[in-house]
Every structure is written in C-alpha cells, then in structure tokens.
Design a protein around this ligand. Structure first.
Ligand SMILES: C=C1C[C@]23C[C@@]1(O)CC[C@H]2[C@@]12CCC[C@@](C)(C(=O)O1)[C@H]2[C@@H]3C(=O)O
Ligand code: AKG
Ligand code: FE2
Length: 349
C-alpha cells in the first residue's frame, strides 16, 4: 500500500464533532494537512478517469479493465433521471445551508450510523477536516422531522427515490463487474434466484464549506470506501481526486467530471470478494476557496448477516484466499478503529 505521510491512525481523539465549519473564516493550525505527499493534482487529457457508457457493447471488458487498474470510472447512460439528481442536490443544499443549531437537531447519536455530523472514521485524526456529512441508512424521516416539523416530506421522498434508483443501478454494475471475472449468479450463494442483490444501502451527503486557504485544508482525508461499491454524484464543483499508483510514481488525479455522469468506486469488500483482483482506490476531496461543494455518495454492500471472503472461483493452488471472511458491520468497526490498516488486518499469510 502506498504510504500517505501526514496521516496517523490515532487510538482515539475526540474533538468537537459538530463545530460550525461554515463560520470558520480563516484556516488556523487546526488544518495542517500536508498536500505535498504526492505531486499536486494532475488533470490532463492524456491521463484521466475512464468514462464508460452503460450501453457500450464492450461494457463488461471496459468495466473489468477499470476495476483491475485504477478501481474507479465514470458512467454515462445510467438512466437515473436528471430531475431526480437536481432535486437531490437542492434538498442537500437546503439542509446544509441551515444554521448549525438547526442541523444539530438531526445530529448522529453515539452508536448510530445515521444522522448529521462529521464522517465517522475521521474522528480518528487529531485535526478537524473541513466537511460535514449527513448519513442515511434508513428513512431520514425521524431525523429531519426535528429540523423541519412541517416541511420534511419532500426531503424524505427525494432521498428514498434516489436510494431506490441507486440500489437498482448498483446491482447492475456489480454484476457487470463480476461477470468480467467469469463470476455468475450461482457463484454468489447469497444472491436471489434472479441474481437480486438485497444488500445494505447507505446514502451519505457531503458538504464542503468554502475555505479561504484551500492549500492548507482538506475536505475529506485520503481513504478507501468500505462496502462493495460507491456511486458518487460529485456535483459540478470540482474537488474529488483519486490516487493513481499503477505507474511508477503515485500522484493525485483530479476527476474532471463529464456532465451527467456518476463516479463508481470499488470498495474494500469487493477487493476482498475478488481476492484482490479489483482495486479499492485511495481518494480524497479538496475544498474550494470561492464556493462550497455538495456531493452524494451511495454505498452498497452485502446483506448485513453475510460474511464476505474471496470467491472460491478466484482462488487456486497458485493464489489461495488472500483475506479472511468478514461481515460489513465488523469491517466498518475495524475501519473505524484502524482506518487504513483495516484491510491488512484481514490478510491471510
Ligand atoms: C456505509 C458507510 C461507509 C462509510 C461509513 C458508512 O457507514 C457511512 C459513511 C461512509 C464514510 C464516508 C466518508 C469516508 C468514510 C471512510 C467515512 O468515514 O464515512 C466512509 C465509510 C467507509 O466507507 O468506511
Ligand atoms: O465528495 C467527494 O467527491 C468524495 C466523497 C467520498 O469520497 C465519500 O463520501 O466517501
Ligand atoms: Fe469515499
């Protein structure tokens, strides 16, 4: 794994989980992130994240290649209505633009997955990152009715509809990915008779307040995502970078978004399922000087009681299973505690 200096997985450091980041006018020494660990972000026509149209006749090979090289690609032709994505962004912005006292009415409670606050694992670091998040594992109704007692149904309807679209898209993409490795429905004993993947689905909205000195701050620190795949709506404001290390020199590559596209990321559990064939890429989100940024990440993983280990078909005498099996909740716990070392802890020697 490529070392990222400046990142220390602390045992536990509790900081004010809900400070009002939008009111911070200057970057103080609370934000000493070093952004010089790798050459600065590159964004060129020579090297870019692949853009794959879901109607491409060569879709399986193209997706398979992207998963085995960088672990990230953008999709077009996905069929998610533009109007629904616009409503998602509108409702997200509506929520994050509220005063902090209002947002805290939907605060994540200790031990809960859902609610408003900082990204969960990031409380491991000594320093605060410049982002806020709203996680929804179930219907957000109980949380947002505290925020807008008379006016929360549109928010909930949009989130539920978007999640429904995302679940269908995630199943489709996972099957395209797996079929590139010759995996079929019979190989996944936990899929339904028609290959339905009734997995865990979490919608997580991100908000990156504008930052007077973006070079000294980070929105979301470098991380891999844990579940099978993430479908990210990055919005039209730039910020997402992916670490490219398949060439000799590792560097951050900015994702230049193609209008209408969604970004797909391989997560750690899919890396385990495919016995290391698919890569779960390290990525980060930068902040902007002049405007806040919104993004929405849909995380799709296995059903909560299913243990995920390398598929038998992908192990052989030469390459036995690289990891032990793990359930999503256990893995999220390991990630929370050990952050970037979580995957290594499951390695079989
Ligand atoms: C399903 C999930 C993945 C996630 C933890 C969560 O329960 C909901 C938030 C997700 C997120 C988003 C920001 C980065 C990340 C590492 C974090 O701290 O919270 C991911 C988690 C993950 O993929 O492990
Ligand atoms: O905001 C982004 O572009 C990235 C978000 C992300 O990586 C996440 O939510 O896990
Ligand atoms: Fe992520």
């Amino acid at each position: 794994m490529v070392p990222v200096s400046g990142f220390r997985a602390h045992t536990t450091h509790v900081h004010d989980n809900n400070q009002d980041l939008s009111s911070v006018q200057e970057v103080s020494d609370s934000f000493p992130w070093r952004l010089d660990d790798f050459p600065a972000g590159v964004s060129s026509s020579v090297e870019s994240i692949p853009v794959i149209n879901l109607t491409d006749p060569d879709i399986v090979n193209r997706i398979g290649h992207a998963c085995q090289t960088s672990g990230v690609f953008q999709i077009t032709g996905h069929g998610v209505p533009v109007g629904l994505i616009d409503r998602l962004e509108l409702q997200g912005r509506r929520f994050f633009s509220l005063p902090i006292e209002q947002k805290l009415k939907a605060a994540r409670r200790p031990g809960d997955l859902s609610g408003y606050g900082q990204a969960l694992n990031l409380s491991h670091f000594e320093k605060v990152m410049r982002s806020e998040g709203f996680t929804m594992a179930d219907s957000p109704a109980n949380l947002v009715c505290q925020v807008w007692p008379d006016d929360y149904t549109e928010f909930c309807d949009v989130m539920e509809q978007y999640k429904k679209e995302m679940k269908a898209l995630a199943s489709k993409i996972i099957w395209l990915m797996l079929s590139s490795l010759g995996i079929c429905k019979e190989d996944l004993e936990w899929s339904g008779p028609n290959g339905e993947l009734d997995g865990s689905a979490v919608l997580h909205l991100n908000w990156y307040p504008r930052c007077p000195d973006p070079n000294q701050a980070i929105g979301l620190a470098p991380h891999t995502d844990s579940p099978f795949i993430t479908i990210l709506y990055p919005s039209s404001t730039p910020g997402l970078q992916v670490l490219q290390d398949h060439r000799a020199q590792a560097h951050w590559l900015s994702v230049d978004r193609v209008p209408g596209s969604l970004v797909i990321n391989v997560g750690d559990l899919l890396h385990i399922l495919t016995n290391g064939r698919f890569r779960s890429p390290l990525h980060q989100a930068l902040v902007n000087q002049d405007k806040p940024r919104f993004s929405a990440a849909f995380f799709f993983g296995p059903p909560k009681d299913t243990s995920i280990g390398p598929l038998i078909k992908l192990t052989d005498a030469d390459k036995g299973p690289l990891y032990r099996a793990v359930k999503l909740a256990e893995y999220l716990g390991l990630k929370k505690k050990h952050y970037r070392d979580a995957l290594d802890l499951l390695k079989l020697t």
